[in-house]
Design a protein around this ligand. Structure first.
Ligand code: TXA
Ligand code: MG
Length: 319
């Protein structure tokens, strides 16, 4: 049965958001927990519902590049080129925060993270309202991001009035966050658009890629992020053949080890397709977390394309 706070009612979603309420929205990456980006009280409510520390800034979502330009000055030609190439899509750009967007959105930083999401329902919603939407991923802070309306409902359903149901998120992993300073391009978080795809548009290679660490150089780069409640380990650090069968859940890239059955394991992409693997990753982690197993064993994937973003999330899940 579908809970009554899940649906496709755009008018209701727009009305709630205009009243300063929170609404979960589908995007092509993961579900977001949205509020009117110009309303500081609504933004404060996001931090409260997610139990998110106030030093971790939010991403602001616009309905189009044109709409974004009416709020934000995108002055850097390289940033503009990337926006034109990838929006709507899983690219987040760091720009100067305009006065119209309150400081609480970007945790007091002078920069603001912005993107145009590529999901028909959320784009239609953004057309109906006259303000942009601040939205972090719609999960409790530190946990795996949601890729289905039911994932949001399970964890935050009693705290928010409405979840806009846009089905399964196609990309399944968060947006790539890019900062451009003069001619220097930095990747702050690897995500749905690969470094290779960005470099193809740029015509040069990106030298600065910040990765998760225990001493983050940028907000949101904490290692213990995207973590299931269960202990997660890499397959390279355990002897799978000697483990008791139901004590673990195994998430394989394209093939399960001979000693592991489908009862306590799953495959991200039998074809070895990294995009398919990315789209299945978070759901797999949730399934493993909901199982009776004590530990979750994950396999690293090839370090190429979106595989880098998958490995980044796995490293953080292992923590
Ligand atoms: O795909 C996505 O990006 C999803 C969907 C909903 O759009 N959103 C998302 O938001 O993943 P969130 O809040 O879970 O992650 C946003 C990340 C955080 O790690 C935050 O620290 C970083 O963006 N961020 C936001 N503003 C920033 C800024 N001004 N400078 C550096 N990092 C920033
Ligand atoms: Mg998040």
């Amino acid at each position: 049965m579908i809970p009554e706070n899940i649906g496709k009612d755009l008018e209701l979603a727009a009305e709630l958001l205009s009243d300063g309420e929170l609404v979960a929205i589908p995007t092509e990456t993961v579900y977001g927990l949205a509020a009117n980006a110009t309303n500081p009280l609504a933004i404060a409510h996001i931090f409260e519902v997610k139990n998110r520390p106030h030093f971790d800034p939010l991403i602001v979502h616009f309905g189009s590049l044109e709409a974004a330009k009416s709020w934000v000055n995108i002055t850097n030609p390289i940033a503009l080129k990337l926006a034109e190439a990838f929006w709507p899509g899983p690219l987040t750009l760091l720009v100067d925060r305009p006065d119209a967007i309150p400081a609480i959105v970007s945790s007091g930083l002078d920069t603001l993270a912005i993107r145009v999401p590529n999901h028909p329902l959320t784009l239609a919603l953004l057309q109906r309202i006259n303000f942009p939407l601040a939205a972090p991923s719609a999960n409790p802070f530190g946990y795996v991001s949601p890729t289905q309306a039911m994932h949001v409902h399970k964890q935050l359903g009693d705290k928010i009035p409405y979840i806009l149901d846009g089905g399964n998120c196609e990309i399944g992993i968060e947006s790539t966050i890019v900062g451009v300073d003069g001619n220097e391009v930095s990747i702050f978080r690897e995500g749905g658009i690969s470094r290779e795809e960005i470099e193809e548009v740029l015509g040069f290679s990106i030298s600065r890629i910040l990765r998760s660490s225990s001493k983050p150089q940028a907000p949101g780069m904490l290692v213990s992020h995207y973590s299931p409640n269960k202990k997660v380990v890499f397959s390279s650090s355990v002897d799978v053949d000697n483990l008791v069968n139901n004590s673990f859940f195994y998430i394989a890239f394209k093939q399960l080890p001979h000693s592991v059955s489908f009862l306590n394991g799953l495959i991200l992409s039998e074809a070895g397709d990294l995009k398919e693997a990315a789209s299945n990753l978070f759901q797999a982690l949730r399934k493993a977390d909901d199982s009776d197993a004590e530990i979750i064993i994950v396999e690293a994937v090839p370090e190429e394309g979106i595989g880098r973003a998958i490995n980044d999330r796995l490293v953080r899940a292992v923590g």
